[in-house]
Design a protein around this ligand. Structure first.
Ligand code: UTP
Length: 236
């Protein structure tokens, strides 16, 4: 089974805690031991936001800010690579071909951002499409896709299951404007819809939830089941 896992920066490295990173590496290793090919895409989290905020005050333009964000995602990717040791390709792939080659060699492919104007949500969806993954998992700080930001709105309700089109329709209004609260951004949602990628959005703050979701389909987050998609064979 081939799986792409998106690990948000705020999940992997809200602060610099080696044990937390080791926990995520252990979850990836469980998947490898269960014969999964794993691609991991790592986000920038609060550290990226801090750097971007400082550079914005210094007058950097939006592309320059994105480039700083990308650099931070790659530093976080290197933390995960350090924890995975020989199991991972030695450096974050800068594009999808490199990540695909690493998977073909039998390595865990770890990458951060790729180009300005998007986030690692979209990188994970594009990598999943590129390597024809059986499953895409977003390990975020929120347990799935909600009708509104659950941290800001106590009436926000979780969606247990969505089609790709429903995900796009839900995320589109959330993605507009500053402080966007969508758990998966609009470009990612559109890539999931077009590639009919079976996707799970879950709370990844406890990394053990990731192997349960991948190996058994067992989780309490949101299943995105695009029209025409299939469950991974090993769930049968
Ligand atoms: P993240 O993927 O962590 O952004 O990339 P995010 O969604 O804002 O962070 P979380 O999920 O809330 O923690 C960090 C920043 O890096 C740039 C963007 O500026 C993004 O906000 N980036 C990342 C790119 O420009 N291109 C990429 O491919 C990836």
């Amino acid at each position: 089974m081939r799986v792409v896992i998106s690990i948000g920066g705020s999940v992997l490295a809200p602060d610099l805690d080696a044990d937390r990173v080791a926990g995520h590496a252990a979850a990836v290793e469980r998947l490898v031991e269960a014969d999964c090919e794993v691609g991991a895409v790592v986000g920038g989290g609060g550290v990226a936001r801090d750097y971007i905020g400082a550079a914005r005050r210094l007058g950097a333009n939006e592309v320059q800010l994105d480039q700083i964000g990308i650099d931070v995602t790659r530093i976080n990717a290197r933390l995960l690579i350090a924890a995975l040791g020989d199991r991972a390709a030695p450096a974050p792939a800068h594009e999808y071909e490199g990540a695909g080659e690493a998977l073909r060699r039998g390595d865990v492919a770890v990458m951060g951002g790729v180009m300005p104007g998007q986030t690692t949500d979209a990188v994970a969806a594009a990598l999943a499409e590129y390597v024809d993954a059986d499953l895409l998992v977003y390990a975020t700080s929120v347990d799935g896709v909600f009708s509104a930001d659950p941290d800001a709105d106590p009436d926000a309700e979780q969606h247990a299951r969505l089609t790709g089109t429903e995900l796009v329709d839900l995320v589109a209004p959330m993605s507009r404007g500053a402080g966007a609260s969508a758990p998966v951004d609009l470009l990612a949602a559109k890539l999931i819809e077009r590639s009919k990628m079976r996707t799970v959005v879950l709370d990844g703050t406890d990394p053990e939830r990731i192997p349960s979701a991948v190996l058994h389909g067992d989780h309490s987050g949101t299943d995105v089941v695009p029209e025409g998609s299939r469950d991974p064979e090993r769930w049968a």
